[in-house]
Ligand binder design. Structure first.
Ligand code: BT5
Length: 249
């Protein structure tokens, strides 16, 4: 028997601190079916990476967490989860006719240089297997993005019209299901699509390496999701998210 489709079970909350936190707390108490979606109209303490905030406008944007419970997935495939999330968001935004959508490693989605979505993934590994994954997605739909911080945008800011949030959610979940199937059946294709969508390839840019500023040229991405970067001495190295980050904007 196959797994239930992403979105076949949903928990809709008017307001919550963070859908990712809510999912984690729920998973401590009970099993959740693969594909369960936790959706909030408002997040009062939305989380980004490393304690950074995710700010969205209540009732205007999409904030959700998708719980994946693969019965048999190697931990080596875990970057595929980041790829599927970023590509599903990209496809959903593009379906609205927004141009210039790219994926910033590991899983931000940009329109040119403006951030339109962020993804926060919590993977739980048991031995060499990926036991569970909580994929948190914040997508700016009808808000004005994040006005205080680095450049941000929303679908409505790009199109200068309001967007039907419910229809967008359905498209996003269908796109995630499609990419999930691709991760299982043809991860090489998912990787190729991700690579084609990657922002900043070939460009020199600021990173941090082990927390220290590091300028490098983004060359390539390997099968494990590590970036290959060329440093100013011309040597090329592969780094994962544990060591290398794009410098905060
Ligand atoms: C992320 O972190 O981009 C991951 C965001 C994940 C949010 C979802 S919402 C549903 C689920 N539940 C949660 O609690 N979280 C997930 P990071 O790469 O650290 O980016 C955070 C930074 O982006 C902040 O420091 C701001 O500068 C900026 N930012 C905050 N809100 C933004 C917004 N709405 N649009 C664009 N940029 C934003």
């Amino acid at each position: 028997m196959g797994l239930p489709a992403i979105g076949s079970k949903r928990i809709h909350l008017p307001s919550v601190d963070s859908t990712n936190k809510y999912a984690a707390e729920l998973l401590e108490r009970e099993e959740l079916a693969h594909g369960t979606v936790i959706l909030a109209d408002e997040q009062t303490a939305g989380e980004g990476q490393r304690g950074r905030p995710w700010i969205s406008t209540p009732g205007s944007d999409l904030t959700l967490s998708v719980v994946l419970v693969p019965p048999d997935m190697s931990a080596a495939k875990q970057f595929g989860i980041a790829q599927l999330a970023a590509l599903a968001i990209k496809e959903t935004v593009e379906a609205e006719d927004v141009q210039g959508v790219q994926v910033k490693w590991p899983n931000d989605v940009l329109v040119e240089d403006r951030k339109i979505a962020g993804v926060l993934i919590a993977n739980e590994l048991v031995g060499q297997q990926l036991a569970r994954s909580v994929v948190g997605i914040g997508l700016n739909v009808n808000s004005s993005g994040n006005e205080q911080g680095p450049p941000a945008t929303s679908i409505s800011m790009e199109l200068l019209r309001r967007v039907d949030r419910d229809a967008l959610l359905e498209r996003l979940l269908a796109a995630m299901e499609h990419r999930w199937q691709l991760l299982i059946a043809d991860p090489g294709r998912l990787h190729a699509e991700y690579l084609a969508a990657l922002w900043g390839r070939g460009r020199w840019m600021p990173f941090t390496l082990d927390g220290a500023p590091y300028r490098a040229r983004l060359v390539e991405l390997d099968d494990h999701g590590r970036l290959l970067v060329e440093d100013e001495n011309g040597s090329v190295s592969a780094y994962g998210m544990d060591r290398l980050r794009h410098a905060p904007r």
